[in-house]
Design a protein around this ligand. Structure first.
Ligand SMILES: NC(=O)C1=CN([C@@H]2O[C@H](COP(=O)(O)OP(=O)(O)OC[C@H]3O[C@@H](n4cnc5c(N)ncnc54)[C@H](OP(=O)(O)O)[C@@H]3O)[C@@H](O)[C@H]2O)C=CC1
Ligand SMILES: O=C(O)C1=N[C@H](C(=O)O)C[C@H](O)C1
Length: 239
C-alpha cells in the first residue's frame, strides 16, 4: 500500500519503520519540517490511506482534509475528541472512512477489555475505591492521556455513581480521579487501582517502546481502505 504520513515526530517515524518492514511504500510525509509537501497534493490517485499522528490542535483539520480529499484516514492524535461528532458527520457526508483509537497497541486494547470486566466485578462486590493513573514523557502536551480517558469511560460504564472524571484526586464520591504524571522519557503507563481497607488490586499496562502503537496503526491502515464509516480497534480486533 501507499501510505501518507501526517506528522513525522516520534510516532510518524516509528510508523514509517513499521510500514516499510511490512512491505508498504510511503506516499509522502506531511510535517512542518517539510513545508514543500502539502496535504492538498494527496488523494486516492497517489495514496491508499493516511496515518495522522500530530498534535491536539492540528488533528481535526487534518482529518477533515483527508475526508474531503477522499483519503481513508487512521488518526492517533489525542486531545481533539471534542470535535469527534463533527468528524463523524463529515465521514458520513463524504461516504469516507475514519479510524480512531486513543491507543493502537494491541496490549492496551486487551487492557481496555479486561478493565471493563474488572470494573463490572469490582462494582458488583463493592467496598473498593477506584482510581486511574497515567505516566508519560515530559514532552506530552495533552493531559490526561487519551488512553486514560478511554479507561475512565470503561470504568464509569460500570460505576453509575461516578458522574464525571477529575484530573486530580477526587473531591467527592461522584468523581473518578485520573492522576497524571510526567516523568523523563516514559513511553506510556496506565494503572487502575482498587483500594479497600484491607487490600489493593491493580491492573497495569506499561509500553516499553512505541513499536506496539506503530504496529497497531499500520494494521488499521491495512484494514481500512475500501470501508465506509467510523471505526476503532474493537472493529479491527473483534474485541
Ligand atoms: N493513539 C495512539 O496509539 C498514540 C497516540 N499518540 C498521540 O499522537 C500524537 C503525536 O505524538 P508524537 O509523535 O509522540 O508527537 P511528536 O511531537 O513527536 O510529533 C508530532 C509531529 O507532528 C508535527 N505536526 C504538528 N502539527 C502538524 C500539522 N498540522 N501537520 C502535520 N504535522 C504536524 C509536529 O511538528 P512540530 O514539532 O514542528 O510541531 C511533529 O513533527 C499525540 O497527540 C500523541 O498523544 C502517541 C502515541 C500513541
Ligand atoms: O503522547 C503519547 O506519547 C501517547 N499518547 C497516547 C495517549 O494520550 O493515550 C497513547 C500513548 O499512551 C502514548
Amino acid at each position: 500500500m501507499n501510505i501518507l504520513l501526517i506528522g513525522y515526530g516520534k510516532m510518524g517515524r516509528a510508523i514509517e519503520a513499521q510500514a516499510l518492514s511490512r512491505g508498504h511504500q510511503i506516499a509522502g510525509i506531511i510535517d512542518p519540517s517539510r513545508p514543500e509537501v502539502q496535504l492538498g497534493q494527496f488523494g486516492p490517485h497517489n495514496a491508499d490511506v493516511a496515518i495522522e499522528f500530530t498534535h491536539p490542535d492540528a488533528a481535526f483539520a487534518n482529518v477533515q482534509a483527508c475526508l474531503r480529499q477522499g483519503l481513508p484516514v487512521v488518526c492517533g492524535s489525542t486531545g481533539w475528541l471534542h470535535h469527534f461528532p463533527e468528524a463523524k458527520a463529515l465521514a458520513q457526508e463524504k461516504s469516507g472512512a475514519l479510524f480512531y483509537a486513543s491507543n493502537y497497541s494491541v496490549g492496551v486494547n486487551l487492557f481496555f477489555h479486561f478493565n471493563e470486566y474488572v470494573a463490572a466485578k469490582m462494582h458488583q462486590f463493592g467496598g473498593y475505591d477506584v482510581q486511574v493513573r497515567e505516566i508519560h514523557h515530559v514532552h506530552k502536551v495533552d493531559q490526561p492521556s487519551g488512553t486514560a480517558l478511554t479507561v475512565a469511560e470503561g470504568i464509569m460504564r460500570h460505576y453509575p455513581e461516578k458522574k464525571k472524571w477529575r484530573n486530580d484526586t477526587a473531591e467527592s464520591a461522584e468523581e473518578l480521579a485520573i492522576i497524571s504524571e510526567r516523568l523523563a522519557e516514559t513511553v506510556g503507563t496506565h494503572v487502575v487501582t482498587y483500594t479497600s481497607p484491607v487490600d489493593v488490586l491493580e491492573l497495569k499496562h506499561e509500553a516499553l517502546s512505541r513499536e506496539g502503537f506503530a504496529h497497531g496503526a499500520v494494521l488499521a491502515a491495512e484494514w481500512l481502505p475500501g470501508k465506509q464509516g467510523v471505526f476503532g480497534m474493537k472493529d479491527l480486533l473483534g474485541l
